[in-house]
Design a protein around this ligand. Structure first.
Ligand code: HEM
Length: 551
């Protein structure tokens, strides 16, 4: 009864706006639904009793797979989803999204939904205003061109290592691209932000030949992935209760993972402190910067009182956690999608290999200079196309807060009620027909390149901006991604190591033709696993077996 009453009240609010709306009987942030809603949706689907609406909008992160279809079906690029808990505005129109992102005090970050990232307390992602500025200033200093050069070098080393692993130590076809991409991105991140150098070692590598350092990397990687897998459970139950006697094994493992990740980070901080005690202050990576800031703040607090401390120990752990999530898995998911997209679209491999052979005459990646990065426009174009079609984040989450907000959509102004959750949905914006033509889900990286002259030289090619009027994979405005360049440099470097001299194809299943196999990989790559997940990755990447051959 209470649910029906709340729904009816919110329905009236939605009607009053004049915008089209869809209804769901359960609130998106209902804790019980967060825990088991997605499984129920899957169960109903399996028994064929899920209505279209139930399949489409009832699960967590549903926008990732719905993409623009829901907007095309309802002939509206902005619509509301009404539930007993309130209203959710789903925005696919780019002009409206830019307006929302620009009005940062009218549409603030939705902290209720982002609180999922508070595993270790508040951090850069879950703060606003002054507090956010402090976190951004402290952590953002690391993202310099000098650091990007290090990212380039490390990514070349790791890319070469991963290719060697696949072609010399693994049995083809490779089905572990998702897992291996995560090893690679973790190693690059650890080198660039934590000053930890790991060689590329995969699960097939024998334990005895592995280095001590790689064991600690394993612990870090395993704890991070367990936390991410159970992030909703952690959010709802809280760290302390995860280890209670009555919790299932997976929750206990999540509790343990939180402890392991914390001790890994504390270990990094202690190493840095020991280094500084020797009078060394030359390290510029993220951990070093944060430890120096913490030490300076602690010294100041001794003379000026506790208020002078401007970054606490727990805040450092929390920020290193969000950087690991935001910087590691986003890039790993994109790399996995990229490789599968390239395997499904063979002509794109020739297209980038031509460019790579033109700009990189030597076959030794370690001799490739960072200056080449800007010249590799085709490589950047395939990354942009992969992010357009399969984005690891799918939406930017804001709220109207306590006051109603006017919003102009196609010259008409609507009043959006207070406490409306606002989702600027990248997955929809990046696939609307009005922006991307009649077949928006077709792979077309060439659309990001134009040629300025009639000559067809590589130099004449111009790469479109990575943020345009209807394309913003790294977001836009004040809260845009600080790791944009980092991830571009990393992905281009890895593409270069993989595709300059090698090509990849999809292994056909029994009775399947080559073209059919590529088509299967392509269709599968568009199905995203979003249920109960913060980040969205391909649902079943293991169904695609990959075979690498030298060109
Ligand atoms: C392909 C890879 C990447 C993509 C597609 C991506 C995309 C994004 C997007 C869309 C946002 C805005 C989120 C929002 O407003 O809710 C964001 C924020 C963020 N990204 Fe990235 N990112 C990538 C890689 C990285 C890397 C490599 C790092 C760091 C090493 C990083 C660190 C962050 C951080 C810390 C934020 C939060 C910023 C804030 O709230 O002020 N990202 N990213």
């Amino acid at each position: 009864f209470w649910t029906a009453q709340s729904l009816s009240r919110n329905r009236a609010k939605a009607k009053a706006t004049g915008l089209p709306y869809l209804e769901r009987w359960v609130s998106p942030m209902n804790p019980l639904w967060l825990l088991c809603g997605s499984s129920l949706v899957r169960l109903f689907e399996r028994f064929g009793i899920a209505s279209d609406n139930f399949s489409r909008i009832y699960s967590f992160g549903w926008e990732a797979n719905a993409r623009a279809q829901i907007h095309e079906n309802n002939s509206s690029d902005v619509l509301l989803v009404v539930s007993p808990g309130g209203l959710q505005l789903v925005v696919a129109d780019a002009r409206v999204a830019y307006d929302i992102l620009q009005r940062r005090t009218d549409f603030r970050r939705n902290m209720e939904e982002m609180a999922i990232m508070n595993v270790y307390g508040k951090n850069l992602v879950t703060t606003d205003d002054q507090e956010w500025r402090r976190h951004r200033k402290m952590t953002g200093v690391t993202f310099t061109e000098k650091n990007n050069e290090l990212v380039w070098k490390q990514s070349l080393i790791q890319g070469k290592g991963m290719l060697k692993y696949w072609t010399e130590r693994c049995q083809m076809p490779i089905r572990s691209v998702q897992q291996d991409s995560k090893i690679l991105t973790l190693n690059v991140l650890a080198a660039a932000l934590f000053n930890k150098l790991y060689s590329f070692e995969g699960p097939v590598d024998a334990k005895e030949t592995r280095h001590k350092a790689d064991e600690s990397a394993d612990l870090y990687r395993a704890s991070l992935s367990t936390i991410l897998r159970c992030i909703i459970e952690i959010f709802i139950v809280g760290e302390k209760r995860l280890q209670a006697w009555w919790t299932p094994k997976s929750w206990k493992a999540a509790g343990e993972a939180i402890i392991n990740f914390r001790s890994y980070v504390v270990g990094l901080m202690e190493e840095e402190r020991a280094y500084m005690k020797q009078g060394q202050t030359d390290h510029q990576h993220l951990v070093a910067r944060l430890v120096r800031a913490l030490d300076a703040a602690e010294k100041a607090s001794e003379t000026e009182g506790a208020d002078a401390v401007n970054m606490t120990h727990e805040e450092i752990v929390s920020n290193l956690f969000v950087y690991a999530v935001a910087g590691n898995d986003t890039t790993a998911i994109t790399l996995t999608n990229l490789i599968i997209h390239m395997a499904s679209n063979q002509e794109s491999q020739d297209w980038i290999s031509e460019e790579l052979n033109h700009y990189l005459p030597s076959s030794d990646p370690e001799s490739w200079s960072y200056d080449t990065f800007k010249k590799l426009k085709r490589c950047n174009a395939v990354i942009m196309e992969t992010l357009r079609l399969c984005h690891p984040l799918s939406q930017l989450v804001k709220t109207t807060g306590p006051t109603p907000q006017p919003l102009t959509i196609n010259t008409k102004t609507y009043i959006i009620p207070p406490e409306t959750s606002v989702h600027c949905t990248l997955a929809a914006m990046h696939s609307l027909r009005k922006y991307w033509g009649p077949n928006p889900l077709a792979w077309n990286p060439k659309q990001h390149i134009t040629t300025t002259t009639t000559t067809t030289t590589f130099e004449a090619e111009v790469l479109a901006s990575d943020t345009s009027d209807h394309f913003m994979p790294w977001a836009w405005g004040q809260r845009a991604c600080p790791g944009k360049r980092f991830s571009q440099v990393e992905l281009v470097a890895v593409l270069a190591t993989l595709f300059r001299d090698w090509r990849v194809d999809v292994e056909p299943e029994e009775g399947e033709g080559v073209e059919e196999a590529r088509r299967r990989a392509w269709v599968g790559s568009l199905v995203v696993d979003h249920q109960g997940k913060m980040l969205h990755e391909m649902l079943d990447s293991q169904q695609v077996g990959l075979v690498w051959v030298r060109r």
